[in-house]
Design a protein around this ligand. Structure first.
Ligand SMILES: Nc1nc2c(ncn2[C@@H]2O[C@H](COP(=O)(O)OP(=O)(O)OP(=O)(O)O)[C@@H](O)[C@H]2O)c(=O)[nH]1
Ligand SMILES: [Mg+2]
Length: 224
């Protein structure tokens, strides 16, 4: 696949407890959200072909900070704290949910939301809330049914069709794909979607470059 972006070059930028600690709100950001243990960090690692870019864990609730990664200047990926993990102390849960809500509502460079859900337990209340919220904010959504390797091919396809049908009810720009970090299922589809979401930023950078060149050309004195 010919992508304008090389996701393998993605590198860690920073971890922040809330948006005030994130770099300036500019460029294009795509966030990965989902319940704890849904496979967000694993998906980011697979997507970027890196074993440990984002920390993965068997213990849900591991990623407690907003983690930012840069694919290239102005094109960032965000690994958000997982939601809905019952075992986390209430105080901590409240703090994350506040940080998560604030990020989603206030971060203007956020241009796409990837919502990851275990293919065996999709569309829990909080997942649906995330999608509703995104659609309301006119933010396009890519739903990934993760750990697709856990189902046989027939069941996997049936589940995909069922969730695609369910996604229609949201009425917005909501695409659903199967995904497996383990087997590489759906990786091309994710990259294709991210390419589309990042495209305006790449075009903006290109236009800026061209404008600079034109300006420089203009500065060359006439050879008279
Ligand atoms: N079989 C299978 N297991 C997976 C896949 N993706 C993730 N896992 C496992 O699921 C568990 C959670 O994965 P993470 O990527 O850490 O999940 P997360 O959503 O980042 O979790 P938090 O950061 O706690 O919110 C780990 O034990 C992974 O190895 C997959 O595609 N297939
Ligand atoms: Mg994680």
């Amino acid at each position: 696949m010919n992508s304008p972006l090389n996701y393998r070059q993605t590198h860690f930028i920073t971890s922040a407890p809330d948006i005030r600690h994130l770099p300036l709100d500019k460029g294009v950001e795509i966030a990965f959200a989902g319940r704890s243990n849904a496979g967000k960090s694993s998906a980011l690692n697979r997507l970027t072909d890196q074993k440990s870019l984002a920390r993965t864990s068997k213990t849900p609730g591991r990623t407690q900070l907003i983690n930012m990664f840069e694919v290239r200047t102005g094109c960032n990926l965000i690994d958000l704290p997982g939601y809905g993990y019952a075992q986390v102390p209430l105080e901590m849960k409240k703090k994350w949910q506040a940080a998560l809500g604030e990020y989603l509502q206030k971060r203007e460079c956020l241009q796409g939301l990837v919502v990851l859900m275990d293919i065996r337990h999709p569309m829990k209340d909080l997942d649906q809330q995330m999608i509703y919220w995104a659609v309301e904010s006119q933010l396009p959504v890519l739903v990934l049914l993760t750990k697709a390797d856990k189902l046989k091919s027939g069941a996997r396809k049936a589940q995909l069709l069922k969730i695609r049908e369910a996604a229609l009810a949201f009425g917005g720009d909501v695409e659903v794909e199967n995904f497996s970090a383990l087997k590489g299922i759906g990786v091309d589809q994710v990259r294709r979607k991210l390419d589309i979401w990042f495209a305006p930023e790449l075009a903006r950078q290109q236009a800026l470059l061209e404008a600079e060149h034109t300006e420089q050309d203009g500065l060359v004195p006439d050879a008279e």
